[in-house]
Design a protein around this ligand. Structure first.
Ligand code: ATP
Length: 347
């Protein structure tokens, strides 16, 4: 049970790269916050500073009001699970998990009880005597998780822990980790590239860009109300169309969408599931391709200037490639100079 507070933290590496730029964030007790962003946006550096593996150039980090900014990693009440699990291959599972408790000098009986408890929690009861190389990738990642959890950290730090696993296993482990995290109520900071991972696991998502936070919010808010075109384009599939607003309507290559905003350049953002199609000849766009996923279809559309858009259709068979359609957005957001200027999203 702990609160993590990151206050105006920056990290400038030797050579001048600013990896994290004056970032502040508070993670509440028992909350799971995902750091999401493109490669190089500073996610791992931020996590490593919380774990004590990098020193901030500026700013402070607190756990429950205690300033830990200059504390050694092993003295911090944090535990980190890395993508490469860094297990000791010459030790069996039990010894790997018990290692941290041995360093702490716990009595053998207590170590045994704690290790067995945590192995059961991660689904590895009875695996204590197995050597690491006798385990699958997913099982190894479970050992890495157990090794962190057994230390009963106040803050759990996860750096893309499932990145090397196949999708099926990743989804399963994601659910299990979320269950364990909620059961133990561990305050958790989680780095991921995967928006699905962030949307399905997080209490809140921090979208990072160039070492700064672009948006912080609950998954549904970040998905439904992205504050900038960058967030809109980064989370989920989004049609982003640049055009002009003139005399009360957005236009671009045959599209015309009435909008109550001032004239000028604008970027229109519409999710595929919020873009309805009506058959029309010649129509504002042409159907390029239809992909039927069984439960729904994705219709790829082309505007007269070659711009591609996507629409999700529940009855894709009603359409055929080459036919004309008019576009009817049911929800949309409009940006100008990277700021939202209009939103029509039904709650
Ligand atoms: N030890 C280092 N020395 C110099 N520059 C570094 C160092 N570590 C990271 N960087 C730089 O800092 C920036 C942020 O890197 P970081 O690894 O935090 O990004 P990330 O968002 O975690 O990326 P990824 O998703 O690819 O892991 C990058 O430009 C990176 O090249």
């Amino acid at each position: 049970m702990a609160v993590l507070k990151i206050e105006n933290v920056s990290k400038i590496f030797q050579g001048g790269t600013t990896a994290v730029d004056d970032l502040s964030l508070e993670v509440s007790d028992g909350e799971l916050v995902c750091l999401l962003g493109p490669s190089g946006s500073g996610k791992s550096t931020l996590l490593r500073m919380v774990g004590g593996f990098e020193r901030p150039t500026q700013g402070k980090i607190f756990i429950d009001e205690a300033d830990i900014t200059d504390q050694w990693p092993e003295r911090r009440p944090t535990a980190m699970v890395f993508q490469s699990h860094a297990l000791w291959s010459h030790m069996n599972v039990f010894k790997n998990v018990a290692f941290g408790l041995r360093l702490r000098g716990l009595p053998a009986a207590e170590i045994r009880q704690n290790v067995e408890g945590v192995l059961e929690m991660v689904g590895l009861a009875g695996y204590g005597k197995r050597m690491i190389h006798q385990l699958s990738g997913g099982q190894q990642q479970r050992v890495a998780l157990a090794r962190s959890l057994v230390l009963e950290p106040k803050i759990l730090l996860l750096d893309e822990p499932f990145a090397s696993l196949d999708q099926h296993l990743r989804e399963r482990l994601r659910e299990e980790v979320r269950d364990i995290q909620q059961r133990l109520k561990i305050t958790t900071l989680f780095v991921t590239h995967g928006q699905d991972e962030a949307l399905s696991m997080a209490d809140r998502i921090v979208v990072m860009r160039d070492g700064r936070t672009e948006q912080i919010g609950r998954p549904d808010a970040v998905y439904r109300k992205p504050l900038t075109p960058f967030v809109a384009g980064f989370i989920g599939t989004m049609n982003l169309v640049e055009g002009q607003v003139m005399r009360g309507a957005f236009t671009r290559a045959g599209i015309r969408v009435p909008l109550p905003v001032a004239d000028g350049p604008a970027t229109l953002a519409v999710r595929p599931e919020a873009l309805d199609l009506i058959a029309a000849e010649p129509g504002q766009a042409q159907v390029h391709r239809i992909t039927d996923f069984g439960t729904h279809g994705i219709v790829d559309l082309e505007l007269s200037d070659g711009t591609r858009l996507k629409s999700m259709a529940t009855q894709p068979n009603a359409l055929r490639p080459g036919q004309g359609v008019d576009l009817v957005p049911r929800a949309l957001t409009v940006y100008r100079e990277s700021r939202e200027i209009y939103r029509d999203v039904h709650d």
